[in-house]
Design a protein around this ligand. Structure first.
Ligand code: PHE
Length: 348
């Protein structure tokens, strides 16, 4: 077969083969088959050297034409296959906007933190400031400055962890009273503060005791503060934490740093006062200790008890959380079990 015929045959088979190609890989194989160094077209053109001077330009021209045709068919087919591949991907990867989304897991503060923040919000709204205290505290501030001198019998109820003989893990937030009193400038106005934080006791842990728990201390000192002011503040607290219908009652008690001292009960939020298992059939639930600041506490802090006076209170957010949510074992708050903690969303 002469070269001319071979060339037109190549052109023909190439165009059918390109038409029947369905993948990039096949197309590449075809390119090599026709245009490669050992490809069909190259083979034919190599034979040109044996041609006569008249035939050579004719065949050369035809060869170029066939190569151009094959090259342009190749790039057309390539563009076609690329478009098809893109269309396929686009249709496969469409996003179904009606599918339900994957909800990101939203964290929240620990239930005790949430309760403390709720109480902080309430008192901030009533013009109190928040004061930070030290968890590692001096015996002097933890006990002596709140009227519990060395060997005072009431110290027995608050044994703790000692760092040295004179430095300990504070047993209550009351040392913050002494620290705030000695730094407060009364010429600028009254002292109204709360102080939330962790406290420690050498208790044997059980359902209602933990060697580490929380307290919120409150202290208001000014001229002409009465027990009615204390009652008003605590009533606001009881209503905020346990509902608008709550009432409080004060029972006589003893604390070395307040005189008179009271235990504060809130009317049962479960039965409304009729008597149930939460209030142990009494209609009342004890929520905190309070009293009028002892003159000695003021004097030791350099504040004149003849001019200034006020009240203090101390409450346990752990106990409030237990009551509010019916948690029976305080240790649940400290086990860090997500299944337990996730249940509490105070603020939505
Ligand atoms: N500090 C006391 C306690 O831990 C609570 C308290 C504080 C009582 C302030 C009265 C006034 O038991």
């Amino acid at each position: 077969m002469d070269l001319k015929n071979r060339l037109s045959e190549i052109a023909e088979t190439a165009s059918t083969e390109f038409a029947n190609t369905h993948s990039m890989e096949e197309l590449e194989t075809l390119r090599v088959t026709y245009l490669g160094k050992k490809g069909k077209l190259t083979q034919v053109l190599k034979g040109m050297k044996d041609l006569s001077a008249e035939e050579r330009p004719v065949i050369g021209q035809l060869g170029n034409k066939v190569r151009d045709e094959i090259t342009s068919q190749l790039s057309e087919k390539k563009a076609l296959l690329e478009k098809a591949a893109l269309d396929k991907r686009l249709s496969e990867e469409t996003i179904d906007v009606t599918l339900p989304g994957v909800k990101p897991k939203k964290g929240q503060g620990h239930v005790i933190t949430q309760i403390m923040e709720e109480i902080e919000d309430l008192f901030l709204g009533m013009g109190y400031q928040i004061v930070e205290g030290n968890e590692v505290e001096e015996d002097y501030y933890n006990f002596e400055r709140v009227n519990l001198p060395k060997n005072h019998p009431a110290r027995d109820m608050q044994d703790t962890f000692y760092i040295t003989n004179e430095v300990l893990m504070r047993t209550h937030t009351s040392p913050v009273q002494a620290r705030a009193l000695e730094t407060h400038d009364f010429s600028k106005g009254p002292l109204k503060m709360i102080s939330p934080g962790k406290v420690y006791r050498r208790d044997t842990d059980d359902a209602t005791h933990s060697h580490q728990f929380h307290q919120i201390e409150g202290l208001v000192i000014d001229k002409h503060i009465t027990m009615a002011d204390l009652k008003g503040a605590l009533e606001a607290l009881a209503k905020k934490m346990f509902g608008e219908d709550r009432e409080i009652r004060l029972r006589p008690s003893y604390f070395p740093f307040t005189e008179p001292s009271v235990e504060v009960d809130v009317s049962c939020f479960k039965c409304g006062g009729a008597g149930c298992s939460v209030c142990k059939q009494t209609g009342w639930i004890e929520i905190l200790g309070a009293g009028m600041t002892h003159p000695e506490v003021l004097r030791m802090s350099g504040v004149d008890p003849e001019v200034y006076g006020g009240f203090a209170f101390g409450m346990g957010p752990d106990r409030i959380a237990m009551l509010k949510y019916g948690v029976e074992d305080i240790r649940n708050f400290y086990l860090n079990d997500q299944r337990f903690l996730e249940q509490f969303k105070v603020k939505g």
